[in-house]
Design a protein around this ligand. Structure first.
Ligand code: LLP
Length: 418
């Protein structure tokens, strides 16, 4: 028998069906605790935001709320999810490089606390809209400090020509945007936001980001008299997908970042009073397991395929980023791994490979293949390719198991079709 969060995986599969996404709820709670207790400072106000793009649903919003986290949303859909959960919208940070007018209006109707403005046009549009606002709309400006952290090229967000934020190299526009916000009626300009990439293992990249942001903030003050108090450092903390990945423990990352922030605040830019981070992946990835049923097994001249009842529709990451995963067969963890398999999904596409090559005990039809570390950007990037319904999602804890998202039905899938 194999377990997730203390629950027999076979029983979970029998109860909820496969493919199934199971979260070890206690592991998420532990991680949330680690962030909250270690991203703390005696000298600075601190805050942790959950980046809901990694995995968003009502149960997830409630969970992060229990730990007092703020919330990063990047679309009206993520915002709506938080709103319907009853989350306090004043704790929401609304990101995005191309928010629509409807999204901005919706945010203001819901009294979203902070809009993270991406560009000059958005600042101008927001300044117009905020004239009618019945509360102070806080803002941050997304900037691009030009740091390239070591990660996949699609996930890098801060190279100089990134679509996100305004580059330090475009200082005139950057300053003009801040002025629009500072002069805007009912708008409060709080500071700068940056996000340098995702799945980053090198702590130095974050420390360099901190130094650059503090130094740049000070230069904005000295050169243009711009005052503000907040720096949001974004997310990006790496997690362990396979044995090759060696993430630095979260406490250590947070402590190093806090220490550097405190030093920079003291020696470089005393006006900064608050620092924020917004992890997504590192809160949910390692707690998530995708449980699939193995169907047919097929030999080709050079490969041995084991086919599973999901695939790129519920986890696009291997196809899109060549992401690597580890897996085991339920109930066979103690058996010798003597067979090399390619794990493929059931989608009509050759690229629908979940694991290119993995050593496993001999697999049989009906076995459960459990892929590890699938809690981030799997369900949230899932598609309806081949009209395969989205899997069910379960939170398993010592206390209980609960289905937090039902398995989609065919009827759901075609419900909007005329
Ligand atoms: N804040 C901002 C502004 C972001 O753009 C992101 C991620 C985060 C926070 C959270 O980053 P995290 O802690 O999760 O690394 N789909 C890709 C990842 C895209 C990340 C986009 N932005 C993947 O599956 O690897």
């Amino acid at each position: 028998m194999s377990f997730i969060g203390g629950h027999d995986i076979r029983k979970l599969a029998d109860t909820y069906g496969t493919p199934l996404l199971v979260y070890d709820e206690d592991a998420m709670r532990k991680r949330l605790n680690e962030f909250v207790s270690s991203f703390k400072s005696e000298k600075l106000e601190t805050g942790v935001l959950y980046a809901s793009k990694a995995f968003s649903c009502k149960a997830m919003v409630s969970l992060i709320d229990e730990y007092g986290l703020y919330l990063d949303v990047v679309s009206a859909g993520e915002l709506f999810t938080a709103y319907k959960t009853g989350y306090d919208c004043s704790k929401i940070f609304f990101h995005g490089n191309n928010k629509t007018l409807q999204e901005l209006k919706m945010a203001m109707q819901m009294h979203v606390g902070t809009i993270v403005v991406d560009n000059l046009m958005e600042a101008e549009e927001l300044a117009e809209l905020a004239k009618e606002a019945d509360y102070p709309v806080h803002t941050l400006l997304r900037v691009n400090p030009g740091i390239e952290a070591h990660t996949h090229k699609y996930i890098v967000t801060a190279h100089v020509d990134s679509k996100f934020g305004i580059s330090f190299l475009n200082e005139e526009e950057l300053v003009e945007t801040i002025k629009v916000l500072q002069n805007g009626e009912n708008i409060v300009f709080d500071g700068l936001h940056a996000h340098i990439g995702s799945q980053i293992f090198d702590i130095q990249a974050f420390l360099e980001e901190i130094k650059k942001l503090f130094a740049y903030s000070q230069s904005l003050k000295e050169k243009y008299g711009i005052d503000f108090h907040t720096i949001n450092l974004g997310g990006g903390f790496g997690v362990k997908y396979t044995e090759e990945d060696k993430p630095v423990p979260i406490e250590k990352v947070c402590q190093s970042m806090i220490q550097t922030c405190e030093e920079e605040q003291e020696k470089t830019c005393p006006m900064i009073q608050r620092v924020l981070i917004e992890p997504g992946r590192s809160i949910v990835a390692e707690a998530g397991y995708s449980v699939y049923t193995i169907g047919y097994i097929k030999k080709t001249p050079n490969k041995l395929y084991a086919f599973v009842d999901g695939g790129m529709n519920d986890n696009i990451r291997p196809a899109l980023y060549q992401a690597k995963y580890d897996a085991f067969i339920e109930g066979k963890e103690e058996e010798e791994k003597n067979t090399s398999y390619t794990i493929a999904g059931k989608c009509c596409e050759s690229g629908d490979i979940l694991i290119e090559s993995i050593e496993l005990p001999k697999a049989e039809k009906g076995d459960l293949l459990v892929m590890k570390t699938t809690g981030a950007y799997g369900y949230s990037m899932a598609s309806h390719y081949n009209k395969i319904p989205l899997p069910a999602v379960v939170f398993a804890s010592e206390k209980e198991t609960r289905e937090v998202i039902e398995r989609e039905t065919f009827e759901h899938m075609i419900s909007l079709e005329k």
